[in-house]
Design a protein around this ligand. Structure first.
Ligand code: XMP
Length: 523
């Protein structure tokens, strides 16, 4: 069988915040894509025999001192052999133009945001697309004079060469960003490049990613042992299942039950990972320690600090025991959005945001990191999780804050109040699941226990009990959010069930605040 990593696309990174997005858009069309620094060694890039190359955007200006330039090997190959289809995007197009003798100039008006382009003539890159299409622009410089052999393929108001190509040598450039969602037909343009121009085959899938990652993990750790922190969340779960497949008995996972998880979560983690996946799992029940630390604390930031510290201490105790046994690899479920690209660096170096779970490990625990999901986006991680056989309940879990139910149990945290909150939350999310609204339709839905009591009447008796607020939001990026317009019948059913089934709650409210000005969590 041929290696599905062969015949894909090499993406050369010139420092754009969208570079990984380009690779992901290629993978979405089932073609292997790998990102390399623009100045990576050609042997490294050619190891997987790419059919073509995409040059990313970047923050520089080609004439600036130290600006990243088209690598020499690529220049030789596209000018001498003309057998390597190349697509330059934004800065990538300018670097291509500059290297091949065209003229790039800074335009007086920076073009940023939506723009219309109009194509002229038939060409393989824009074939089967409408004559006029909407694209997303983000550039200062533009092409004044394309290199010899190139013709303009499309214009916009501000860019005489919004797209250009040398059809004979299979070299193309676009001034706009086909990889972002604001270019609605961007996928069709990439499709033309991948299949019509490069002749790629659509043979890349989550299972090929898994084969590849398994090999890479084995190569990195050899016969050594690895620790993994399992939170029950999607990312660490998928990383865990992947490591289990790669190195099985060499892996030890640590799961800290803080007592602040949702109903049945701790049991589910043990059932899925220890019983079903056969993982070496150390499950630490630290519930009492966390309750002790949180006793009498009502201020949200104080809760967060105490939880963060105790979590690290508990995890570190376990990790230290393993380190003493000679373990020095630590696996993390870091995914691409956790890794921030530094757009400011012309060397396209990366600054890593410390992952909140393990960022604060004490200095005596200097592990070597294994991060098999670093290049993936959340939806890709979910596909991999499903391909690894993880249940939907884990793969499709909604995001859950690190401090857990502590930030949803307003006021003092006691075991009894946590149990009340868990029961109400399970009813709400269970009804949403039954209505098909947990996986699609809402991005985050949960119950909050308020720090007030209210008067009610049950039978002939006056009651004075706790209040549950329901929160359900829609959002793409969690930076802004809107409250979900849930069906009234569903809200009515949830409210009835909570008041009838959860002891100590006599009132249910629904939060209709958007973000901003509200936040998604209440604390
Ligand atoms: P907010 O409440 O700021 O939440 O609108 C945005 C997203 O972040 C999650 N969140 C947290 N996640 N530790 C976390 O790991 C935290 O302290 C924390 N606070 C909020 C929240 O659930 C939502 O998805």
């Amino acid at each position: 069988m041929t290696d599905p990593r062969h015949g894909g696309i090499a993406v050369l990174d010139f420092g754009s915040q969208y570079t990984q997005l380009i690779a992901r858009r290629v993978r979405e069309q089932n073609v292997y894509a790998e990102v390399f620094p623009f100045d990576a060694a050609p042997e490294k890039i050619n190891a997987h025999q790419p059919r073509g190359v995409i040059l990313s955007g970047g923050p520089s200006s080609v004439y600036e001192e130290g600006a990243p330039q088209l690598p020499r090997w690529l220049f030789s190959r596209i000018t001498q052999q003309a057998d390597f289809p190349t697509l330059g995007i934004c800065y990538g197009m300018q670097a291509l133009t500059h290297a091949l003798g065209g003229v790039v100039a800074s335009s007086a008006a920076r073009e940023y945001g939506p723009a219309q382009i109009a194509q002229h003539g038939d060409n393989p890159l824009l074939r089967n697309l409408p004559h006029e299409l909407q694209v997303w622009m983000s550039h200062g410089d533009r092409i004044e004079q394309p290199p010899a052999g190139f013709v303009g393929l499309a214009v916009s108001d501000h860019s005489p060469y919004a797209a250009m190509g040398d059809i004979h040598r299979q070299l193309y450039g676009v001034q706009f960003h086909p990889e972002v969602a604001h270019t609605p037909l961007g996928a069709d343009i990439l499709h033309n490049f991948l299949f019509t121009i490069c002749g790629c085959e659509a043979n890349w899938s989550p299972s090929t990613f898994i084969d590849d990652a398994v090999q890479a993990i084995r190569q990195k750790v050899g016969t050594e042992r690895v620790i993994l922190g399992l939170s029950g969340g999607v990312d660490s779960a998928v990383a865990g299942a992947l490591l289990q497949q790669a190195i099985g008995s060499q892996l030890t996972a640590i799961f800290v039950n803080t007592g602040l998880l949702r109903k049945h979560e701790p049991e589910d983690v043990v059932r899925v990972f220890r019983d079903q996946q056969g993982m070496n799992l150390v499950a630490v029940d630290a519930t009492e320690d966390f309750l002790d630390q949180l006793r009498g604390i009502t201020e949200p930031e104080a809760k967060r600090k105490r939880i963060g510290k105790l979590f690290i201490d508990t995890f570190a105790d376990q990790a230290r025991q393993l380190a003493a046994e000679g373990v020095h690899f630590l696996a993390q479920g870091t995914i691409y959005p956790d890794v921030i690209e530094s757009a400011a660096s012309s060397k396209s170096s990366k600054t890593i945001k410390s992952h909140h779970n393990v960022g604060g490990l004490p200095p005596d625990l200097a592990f070597q990191l294994v991060e098999p999901l670093r290049d993936l986006f959340k939806d890709e991680v979910r596909k991999v999780g499903t391909a690894l056989g993880l249940p939907d309940a884990i793969v499709w879990r909604q995001p859950f804050p690190g401090p857990g139910l502590a930030v949803r149990c307003l006021g003092e945290i006691t075991w009894e109040r946590l149990e009340t909150l868990r029961a109400a939350d399970a009813i709400f999310t269970g009804e949403l699941e039954a209505a098909g609204l947990l996986r699609l339709g809402t991005a985050q839905s949960f119950a909050v226990l308020l720090p007030v009591k209210s008067v009610g009447v049950m039978g002939d008796n006056r009651t004075y009990e706790e209040v549950i607020a329901l929160r359900s939001v829609t959002t793409d990026d969690f930076m802004t959010a809107d409250w979900a317009r849930l069906p009234y019948d569903l809200l009515a059913r949830v409210s009835n069930r909570i008041v009838n089934e959860v002891r100590g709650v006599n009132r249910v409210t629904y939060d209709i605040t958007s973000k901003p000005p509200g936040t998604i969590e209440w604390e």
